[in-house]
Design a binder for this molecule. Structure first.
Ligand SMILES: Cc1cc2nc3c(=O)[nH]c(=O)nc-3n(C[C@H](O)[C@H](O)[C@H](O)COP(=O)(O)OP(=O)(O)OC[C@H]3O[C@@H](n4cnc5c(N)ncnc54)[C@H](O)[C@@H]3O)c2cc1C
Length: 409
């Protein structure tokens, strides 16, 4: 089949890989000048099936309310006269029950673990290097209450048979020696030994090159402005360059921008942009830098080593597609990462970034048919899109090629 994929983020490009492998003739379009220029560019770099789970959880509404009045809180809701934001928040609240949380967590875990296995397979098949490492991810806690939460998480991990280890403050140094030097008091840690790290931008760039060699066509600086439909099928698409393109099948992988092209087709998807920030700094002293990735539960910041760089990412802001860099948010990230890893990197010369997590209110991504015969969706991966990209790409490839996916949709 001739297939057009709209969106060359990590999700669109991995989908292109599985479809090309199946013998389809694939074209990938993106508004940006190159691959992975959206959310996939500067994320925290964690391939963390161990953490995969919904933000909508029991206790979250109260926490979110408290954070609304706490300066520097990790979550900020800026109410806007935007029905999509209110609908999303209402659906989020409906998913904060124990039973919805358990069901959503189970679905995300299934997808994330399958996805990591697909990533490992793809990496080995192509010999890809993307500043990746497989040293696990360490969650650290600052208070006794946070550590109590970690013990509860560990019980869930045990039930799901996910490899992990609870650590005392003294044991943390064995995993991340630099933390011992920092002097930040920690109440303990939780080490997810099977999790990995890597630069999703670099991964997507390298996979794009392989795809080009395999005959896949990429067209950048090409925004899709509309999908044309007749009798429940997509008949073509229009681009900002004034072209009309057509194919047998279309895949939408436009991340947080998914509703833009779907709303005119009356396909409503609850995907909302949740803004996050990151800084990337070059490592100056190996001994003072993280060996792998540290999730600082207190600030909700993830600090990851990517080759010779440190990436620190976090903050969740619900304020639409506001692309401004908030200097205060970035200063708070810098302060915390410098406190945890002082002298590790050239923080003064950090590169700053913001991007939009394509969040669904319940958590799981939206993968599969759209209701229009030949339009498929691979959207809504939220805060786990790098973790889940290979798995959801492969599942969608199976659906389009008429095979039964290895995991339930
Ligand atoms: C601060 C932060 C930290 C994160 N940390 C992690 C992490 O540690 N681990 C993890 O697994 N995930 C993480 N994520 C989430 C992850 O980055 C995203 O889920 C993932 O990148 C989504 O990929 P995507 O391809 O769906 O979207 P994107 O990367 O945003 O790609 C969508 C593409 O579609 C293109 N596009 C949109 N509209 C159009 C159009 N009309 N025409 C043509 N092209 C269009 C855009 O230009 C873009 O290139 C983080 C996100 C943020 C913001």
């Amino acid at each position: 089949m001739r297939i057009i994929i709209i969106g060359a983020g990590v999700v669109g490009v991995t989908t292109a890989w599985y479809l090309t492998k199946d013998g389809h003739q694939v074209t990938v379009l993106d508004a940006a000048p190159g691959p992975a220029e959206g959310a996939s560019f500067g994320n925290a770099g964690g391939v963390c099936p161990g953490f995969a789970g919904p933000w909508a959880a029991p206790g979250m509404p109260l926490k979110a309310l408290r954070w609304m009045f706490t300066p520097g809180a990790p979550l900020r809701i800026r109410p806007r006269p935007d029905p999509a934001q209110w609908r999303w928040l209402a659906a989020f609240l409906r998913n904060c029950t124990a039973s919805r949380f358990a069901a959503n967590k189970e679905r995300m875990q299934r997808s994330a673990h399958y996805s990591k296995a697909c990533l490992v397979e793809l990496r080995e098949e192509l010999g890809l290097d993307y500043d990746n490492a497989a040293l696990g991810v360490l969650q650290v806690f600052a208070t006794a209450q946070e550590m109590e939460g970690a013990r509860r998480s560990a019980e869930v991990l045990k039930r799901l048979e996910i490899p992990h280890r609870l650590l005392t403050p003294a044991e943390i140094a064995g995993i991340e020696p630099a933390l011992a030097a920092s002097g930040v008091p920690l109440s303990g840690g939780l080490h997810l030994t099977g999790d990995e790290t890597g630069d999703s931008h670099l991964f997507t760039l390298r996979l794009t090159e392989r795809l080009k060699s395999a005959g896949c066509d990429f067209r950048f600086n090409t925004a899709v402005t509309a999908l044309d439909q007749a009798d429940g099928r997509i008949t073509g698409l229009r681009t900002g360059r004034g072209e009309v393109l057509s194919a047998d099948g279309y895949v939408l992988a436009t991340g947080s921008r998914a509703p833009d092209l779907l709303a005119p087709l009356k396909v409503n998807v609850p995907v909302y942009p949740v803004k996050g920030y990151s800084l990337t700094a070059d490592i100056l002293d190996d001994g003072l830098a993280p060996r792998s990735s540290v999730m600082d539960e207190h600030s909700k910041l993830m600090i990851t080593r990517l080759g010779r760089r440190i990436r620190a990412a976090g903050v969740a802001e619900l304020a639409g597609h506001d692309e401004r860099l908030d200097r205060r948010a970035l200063a708070a990230i810098t302060r915390r990462v410098e406190a945890l890893f002082p002298g590790a990197a050239d923080y003064a010369a950090s590169r700053h970034w913001c991007g939009f997590r394509p969040m669904t209110p319940d958590g799981p991504a939206i993968v599969g048919r759209s209701g229009h015969d030949n339009l498929y969706l691979n959207i809504g991966h939220g805060s786990n899109g790098w973790t889940q990209a290979c798995g959801t790409g492969r599942v969608l490839g199976d659906v389009i090629s008429g095979r039964q996916p290895a995991i339930a949709l």
